[in-house]
Ligand binder design. Structure first.
Ligand code: OGA
Ligand code: NI
Length: 359
């Protein structure tokens, strides 16, 4: 490629994949091509149409009844065996879910100049738009554009969020509130499912005041989906992530050493254990690797809500879960330490839990 062309391609890549797709690229630019060993097709069984998995389904209405114990047991099993499950009968109104997907799609339909207003390198900005994961550092870019919204404290931050499309703030705020309530219900149950641990008022307050980050992901169609990924293998940092998918498959998780595709269920949420809950549970509940495949025909939208403690609070194993047979596995840590670790490595090579492992 001529130098001029190369330069303009480099510039185009910084504008994101929505832009690339709209400008009609027929081949994936060099910048997005993953090394052969990291491409989705290296494992023939897990091509986009490959092995799918029906995650354990937890009916949250059980938790409200005399069958609560049964509900807790199914949560414990899912957390130990998959690190992922889906929740139904969760009480989040369908219109709140639909509106969230709608305004997300509309946001990514806005002209690039409008979206680019929110581009920022500041990790603590109330709103941050970007492409790939860390567009200033990633070796290979991934095929995704994102909008990250800080949600804590919600009332103060909403006025910084995009004002376009018209109902964006209103609908997204309603959705964020629903996610916070759902998280509170789920973290209480998940902690209770660990057996000897209960969520006391102190811990409850910590979670109530804890961080909430919403990530709206847009994965446009990709001309050569076998050469790249929407998101490289990673784990989530917090306690729990609640993920809404628009019905198009793409999310894959590691299960028994294979990449398997999660089958979307309409109006259900995918819930997964983050690194901090693995630490809190002293390794009993696993923060499982996952990644995202892209496809050549449809734009996929997902909304992840990541929940944790306030950013400076120390996370360590619950004392009830440490004993002679199961000594403390990880050093205490907090979000700032996590961010420092993240900025010192590339997402693809992020091994945060390894870095704080004891012995
Ligand atoms: C994430 C994530 C999965 C998806 O945002 O951390 O894993 O399907 N998203 O978009
Ligand atoms: Ni994730």
């Amino acid at each position: 490629m001529a130098k001029r062309e190369e330069e303009s391609m480099e510039k185009a890549c910084m504008k994101g994949v929505k832009y690339l797709w709209e400008s009609g690229v027929s081949r994936v630019p060099e910048k997005y091509i993953f090394p052969a060993s990291d491409r989705p097709s290296t494992n023939r069984l897990s091509m986009s149409t490959g092995t799918t998995i029906s995650l354990p389904i937890i009916d949250l209405s059980l938790l409200q009844t005399s069958n609560r114990i049964q509900g807790l047991e199914s949560i414990a099993k899912a957390c130990e065996e998959h690190g992922f499950f889906q929740v139904i009968n969760h009480g989040v109104p369908c219109d709140v879910i639909h509106d969230m997907i709608d305004v997300s799609r509309q946001f990514f339909e806005l002209p690039l100049e409008e979206r680019a207003k929110y581009m920022s390198g500041d990790m603590s900005a109330p709103v941050r738009y970007g492409t790939s994961s860390n567009q200033n550092k990633d070796d290979s870019f991934c095929w995704r554009d994102f909008l990250k919204l800080n949600c804590q404290p919600l009332e103060n931050l909403v006025p910084h969020w995009p004002s376009s499309p018209g109902y964006f703030r209103q609908k997204t705020k309603a959705y964020a509130e629903q996610m916070k309530s759902l998280f509170m219900m789920l973290i209480k149950a998940t902690i209770e499912s660990l057996g000897p641990v209960i969520m006391d008022d102190f811990l409850r307050r910590e979670f109530e005041e804890g961080s909430q980050l919403m990530v709206i992901n847009c994965y446009p169609p990709c001309p050569q989906p076998e050469l790249t990924l929407g998101s490289p293998p990673h784990t989530d940092y917090g306690f729990l992530t609640l993920l809404l998918q628009d019905g198009i498959p793409g999310l894959q998780i590691q299960f028994l050493g294979e990449w398997v595709t999660v089958e979307p269920i309409l109006n259900a949420f995918v819930v997964n254990i983050g690194d901090f809950l693995e630490i809190f549970s002293n390794g009993r509940y696993k923060s499982v690797l996952h990644r995202v495949l892209v496809n050549s025909s449809q734009t996929r939208i997902s909304v992840a809500s990541l929940h944790s403690l306030p950013i400076n609070n120390v996370v360590c194993a619950s004392p009830e879960l440490i004993n002679e047979g199961n000594p403390k596995r990880y050093k205490g840590t907090n979000f700032s330490t996590y961010l420092k670790h993240l900025s010192s490595c590339e997402l693809k090579k992020n091994n945060f839990l390894e870095s704080i492992k004891l012995t």
